[in-house]
Every structure is written in C-alpha cells, then in structure tokens.
Design a protein around this ligand. Structure first.
Ligand code: GAR
Length: 209
C-alpha cells in the first residue's frame, strides 16, 4: 500500500481530485496518509478534516525555510509517506527537503512548462497572448517548477476567454493529469533519460510498496 502525503496552501481542488481518485480506485493500492498545510486558513485543510483524513497545519510564516521544512518532513515520515504531492503548495522547498524524497515529490503547475513558471501562471500566459496553454505535473528538483515532466495537457486559449475562464479549463485538466501522473510514478513504469521521462512496459524503478 502506497502512502501519499499532500501539501497544500489554499483551495485544495487538486487534493480533492486526488482523494476522489484514491477512493474510486483510479489510483490503486494507495491511501492519503496525511494532508499538511502551511496556512491555517487554507480551505483544503478543512475539507481534509471533513473527509476524516489526518490534517495538520504547520505554519510557515516568519520561519526560515529549512527549519519549517524539517517539521514538515518529520510529519511526513511519522505518517510513513512514500510519495509527496504538492497540490497548490505555495512555498518553495529547500534543497534539504528535496533530498529527503528523491524522485518522490510531484508538483502540478498551471502552464506548459518551461513557459510561465512561478506565480499566476494562467494570468501570465493569458497576458502574453499564447494560443495554447495547459498544465504540467513534474518531479520536484531543487529549482522552481523545473524537474522532469511526467504529464502535460494542452488547453486552447479561445478568443472569448478571460483569464478566469482559461484558468477554469486548465484546472479541469489539472485534476485529470495529477491522477495520471501519480499512477505512472507509483507503478514505476518509467525511466528517466536526461530530462525525459520515458514510459517502459515493466516497472524499472524500485518503489517501496
Ligand atoms: C492550481 O492551479 C495549481 O496548479 C497551482 O495552484 C493552484 C492550486 O489550486 N499551483 C501553482 O501555481 C504552483 N506553482 P487548488 O488549491 O485548487 O489545487
């Protein structure tokens, strides 16, 4: 059984999509071991509690990055988490945190990386005037929005779009993409060649079951 740890800072719709996929068996042999927010007022943490999941707030405000990260990692380890999913976690992880979970931290970003990293990616893409945007699920490495890409989905920008309607259509694709990416990683049916994740027929990456 795989144990997922979810980190979030806000609304939590990607967390809910993952939780629904776990409940429906679309992410087999997995459970959500803990949901952690760095903000106490994050709506996502209230939803986690309503769903009866272990939900922790570990406030980050005013704390040094690595000192905060040590508390988060300790909580993840206590819950025996073997895959960390960042779901709208609006805080950069320290290199130390990344090293604790090699190839075991995923992030979702609302653009086709490497375009528009950072904050408000949908607004950046809309203002730039791109005709296609989308979302990316990738491994987390020590650079912002940078690790090897697991899943990307494209979304067309329509003439009648506002940044809000575009963001809503990207979000629908985010919810589907995160489940796909988690499955790929948990099943271990891939190898990494340079920056490229290449699917394989049989598992090539040893995973703790
Ligand atoms: C999502 O759009 C996610 O891609 C984005 O924050 C939103 C969180 O929504 N993440 C980033 O921009 C990370 N750089 P949610 O709380 O409803 O899942």
């Amino acid at each position: 059984m795989h144990s997922l740890g979810i980190l979030l800072s806000g609304r939590g719709s990607n967390f809910v999509a993952i939780a629904d996929s776990v409940d429906a068996g679309r992410i087999p042999d997995a459970r959500i071991a803990v949901v952690i927010s760095n903000r106490k007022d994050a709506p996502g943490i209230a939803i986690a509690r309503e769903r009866g999941l272990d939900a922790l707030v570990i406030p980050s405000k005013g704390r040094a990055r690595e000192e905060h990260d040590r508390d988060v990692v300790a909580a993840l380890q206590q819950h025996q988490v073997d895959l960390v999913c960042l779901a709208g976690y609006m805080r950069l992880l320290s290199p130390w945190f990344v090293r604790q979970f090699p190839q075991r931290i995923l992030n979702i970003h609302p653009s086709l990386l490497p375009a528009f990293p950072g904050l408000e990616a949908q607004e950046q893409a809309f203002a730039y005037g791109v005709k296609v945007s989308g979302c990316t699920v990738h491994f987390v490495d020590e650079e912002l929005d940078h690790g090897a890409i697991i899943v990307q989905k494209a979304v067309s920008v329509l003439d009648r779009d506002s940044e809000h309607t575009l963001a809503a259509r990207i979000l629908e694709q985010e919810h589907v993409s995160y489940t796909e990416a988690i499955r790929i990683v948990l099943e271990g049916r891939f190898r990494i060649a340079g920056r490229r994740l290449v699917m394989t027929d049989a598992p090539t990456v040893h995973r703790r079951a």
